[in-house]
Unconditional design. Structure first.
Length: 302
């Protein structure tokens, strides 16, 4: 049971929690009424869908993970490599989690009389983990895994927060998804950097496996720079007056930006050195997301 629970990789839950809260807070800032029940039921759609990704990916990546060295944010869990008899339970857990997510989506749809396309959004959210690593799609093995992860982090998860509160995705709602998509792309590139050799041996066509660690660190630095710039420029780019100080978010974003620039300047090729930078950068991103949530929740409460 302990090994089964480790497969969930709970350290990654901070991403779905913070991104979902951002979507919810942004919806309230835009004028949606507060509803604790909507928030809880909405997160019960996202939570099992996110957990399913960990089980699904470990199941289908078991051959590639034989070459990996598991770390806090990269390399898979390594559980199914060491305990292959747990592969089938892991697969069934992934399926049950997906069904649970869809079930909560149906419950939400019926309770709040949402249109049928909302259920399609829920189903799409649950298919992401499967098309990422499972045949016949296996997008991570074809060089499209980064785009899918960026779309999930920037649009799908915060979009669910918006949807359960607003009932739609309008132009103002999409505004906040731009920097989140950049951060999602930066994060997936970061976790690929320590796995470069293993991904090459496992025939994963990740961008870092194809182009190398220096490319990964350079791209991350540029993505974080654009995201920070976006926060500082937002008040001048949009005519709407939002009760949220984007410049404060820009100041918070300097934390991961500094870590990203450190990686860009050093661009280490050695795995151990790169791993330390990646762990520091991932921690900085987590702190930035938490601080952003705090600011947005306060703005929403006001």
């Amino acid at each position: 049971m302990a090994k089964i629970l480790q497969l969930a990789r709970p350290q990654f839950l901070i991403a779905s929690v913070t991104l979902f809260i951002m979507g919810v807070s942004w919806a309230i800032i835009l004028g949606s009424p507060f509803s604790l029940l909507r928030i809880l039921l909405g997160y019960l759609i996202i939570l099992p869908a996110h957990l399913s990704v960990s089980y699904c990916n470990d199941y289908f990546d078991v051959q590639a993970d034989k070459h990996a060295n598991p770390a806090l944010f990269s390399g898979g869990s390594g559980i199914l490599v060491e305990h292959p008899h747990l592969r089938k339970p892991a697969l069934w857990i992934a399926i049950v989690l997906n069904l649970s997510s869809v079930g909560f989506g149906i419950l939400f749809l019926l309770k709040y009389s949402y249109p049928l396309w909302f259920l399609g959004y829920v189903v799409m959210s649950n298919l992401i983990g499967w098309v990422y690593s499972a045949p016949p799609f296996k997008l991570v093995y074809r060089g499209y895994g980064e785009l899918l992860t960026a779309f999930t982090s920037g649009c799908v998860v915060p979009g669910m927060g918006l949807l359960v509160m607003m009932g739609n995705l309008n132009g103002d709602g999409l505004l906040f998804m731009i920097p989140l998509t950049l951060y999602g792309l930066a994060f997936i590139l970061a976790v690929e950097i320590p796995d470069m050799e293993a991904d090459r041996l496992g025939d994963k066509k990740t961008w870092v496996a194809q182009k190398g660690r220096p490319f990964g660190f350079t791209t991350i630095g540029l993505l974080l720079l654009i995201a920070t710039g976006y926060f500082f420029l937002t008040p001048y780019l949009y005519t709407h007056l939002f009760p949220l100080d984007f410049r404060l978010l820009g100041i918070f974003s300097l934390l991961p930006l500094v870590m990203g620039f450190l990686g860009l300047l050093k661009r280490p090729t050695n795995r151990q050195t790169a791993l330390k930078l990646v762990n520091t950068l991932s921690g900085a991103l987590a702190v930035f997301f938490i601080l952003t949530d705090v600011v947005m929740v306060v703005a929403a409460a006001n």
